[in-house]
Design a protein around this ligand. Sequence first.
Ligand code: NAD
Length: 361
Amino acid sequence: TRIGVVAETAPGERRVALVPTHVQQLVDRGLRVVCEPGAGAGAWYEDEEYERAGAELGDPWGADIVLTVSPPSPAEVDRLASGAVLVGFLAPATNTEGIAALRKAGVRAFAVEAVPRVSRAQSMDALSSQATVTGYRAALLAAERLPRFFPMLTTAAGTVPPASVLVLGAGVAGLQALATAKRLGARTTGYDVRPEVSDQVRSVGARWLDLEISAVGSGGYARELTPKERARQQERLAEAVADFDAVITTASVPGGRAPTLITAESVRAMRPGSVIVDLAGETGGNCELSVPGEEVVVHDVTICSPLNLPSECAVHASELYSRNLVELLGLMLDDEGRLLPTTSDEILASTCVTATDEEVD
Ligand code: NAD
């Protein structure tokens, strides 16, 4: 079985789907790995490292299993062989046309977004591994943009109080942002509509902000708020955010538009020089004034809405993602390295986004 590692072409994408250490592990198991020249360059892995690990340099798109980070372009889909397997972030909730094109091309496509959030699949959970990177970088970005110190400092020239940081949405990214801001010395507070995460927020040294709105959905995710709950949340958050130097937002609901947590009015109420880092830019943003992909200053508040923070930490983001894919490949291949059917494991069955109903049943 041949595994292809592509050079990503999406704008700003610096990650690579498989790092040299993991190439070596696959080659040791008798698999062949074909790496597109320059595939690892954005993440500082050189072609020679891939070759030393046992990969061949060449065209990865004709391989039996093609590994990517971003969804393939239509031209790239054309290069996939019928019957090939594709694994990557494929945005199944929004990229309906792309998934239809893959199905039409006869490709067995596995979207890492669809890996179930269950204990057995934890090591394959790319949403979590990349959200960890995003949360970490978001805290650093907030610290860098804030015209104040994060830690408390006692100096000969006076004492500086610690910055106060609020994180809205305490999922994987939010908890990592809280933990990182805390390590930098800030006073941290976390908020979510899933009350069960309050203990996790406290476990990373943050206070829990209770707005008395609970919206637990299915599969451990939040559900969308009703218009009435939303209005109440926005009103209570407007009061709360004015007390913080930096607010990091991460709220999202599966498949839907990101909820608006910070209205334009709330931004106006914040102190001049405050910072908002909005991580929900890809699905429209949590702040009414965010411009996805940009950094703007409105009402004297700096609002950053970065779109691909993992690419700014491409070495470790790639390494973690690559580990997720190796674990997923472990389910796909038998001991001789032959591809197993999608139905052989329920994690595979739920991750496959091009299977027909008969194939899954
Ligand atoms: P996510 O990216 O989907 O959402 C981020 C956070 O925003 C969530 O905590 C969500 O509750 C919150 N949110 C949504 N709407 C909100 C609103 N209106 N106001 C405030 N907050 C709002 O979340 P995620 O990080 O992908 O995690 C989703 C779930 O999956 C969590 O329960 C997490 O613990 C769970 N999980 C389980 C595993 C596992 O067991 N393998 C692994 C990772 C995550």
